[in-house]
Design a binder for this molecule. Structure first.
Ligand SMILES: Cc1cc2nc3c(=O)[nH]c(=O)nc-3n(C[C@H](O)[C@H](O)[C@H](O)COP(=O)(O)O)c2cc1C
Length: 170
């Protein structure tokens, strides 16, 4: 049995400490890279079929609508052999106080019963928001372990936090 890192992240215009900045690799993607490297495990990015806009504001508006309407988000197929996986490291940006709808959609599709889930997120101040409660509700038969929240602008300085987090729960 083994672990897999599954995450969603968006590159393009973002707000860093309140200022618009264009980033070519999303914050959560960078964090996911670090975690997967440290664990030496497979890393899978969830990619929406209908790409989010480059512009921050347009993405924020679309995400608000998707959340309000509980939308399912079509994403490119992912190849995970569920029978070989017992641990899921699940990464996402905090969007409107929780995980983006693409994560909710993935959790609807993926058999999470019996899984150990380690959530991690990036954010601009609200850490996990209400996402851990939602995760518990969506995955009632999984064991949700302590999560790692990292401020988006601090991902490049998160190695020690990652190390400590991975040592917990052992
Ligand atoms: C649609 C949208 C909604 C957001 N909502 C929040 C929020 O509610 N709380 C927060 O702290 N940050 C919020 N942010 C900021 C992101 O969580 C933060 O920039 C994150 O690091 C982006 O990760 P990514 O580059 O992997 O997409 C939001 C960003 C976007 C695009």
């Amino acid at each position: 049995m083994s672990a897999v890192v599954v995450f969603f992240s968006r590159s393009g215009e973002n707000l860093i400490n309140g200022k618009p900045v264009k980033i070519s690799i999303g914050n959560t993607e960078l964090l996911a890279q670090k975690i997967a490297e440290r664990l030496n495990c497979q890393r899978i990015q969830l990619e929406e079929m209908d790409r989010y806009p480059e512009e921050y504001k347009n993405t924020v508006d679309r995400a608000a609508y998707e959340k309000q309407e509980n939308k399912r988000i079509a994403y490119h197929p992912v190849a995970i052999d569920r029978l070989k996986i017992d641990t899921l490291f699940l990464g996402y940006p905090n969007w409107w106080g929780s995980y983006p709808r693409i994560i909710a959609t993935f959790l609807e599709d993926f058999e999470t019963d019996g899984l150990a889930i380690y959530p991690f997120c990036t954010h601009e101040g609200s850490a996990f928001g209400s996402s851990l409660n939602e995760l518990k509700e969506q995955c009632p038969n999984a064991t949700i372990h302590c999560g790692l929240p990292v401020r988006g602008s601090r991902v490049d300085r998160s190695d020690i936090a990652i190390e400590n987090w991975l040592l917990m729960d052992k």
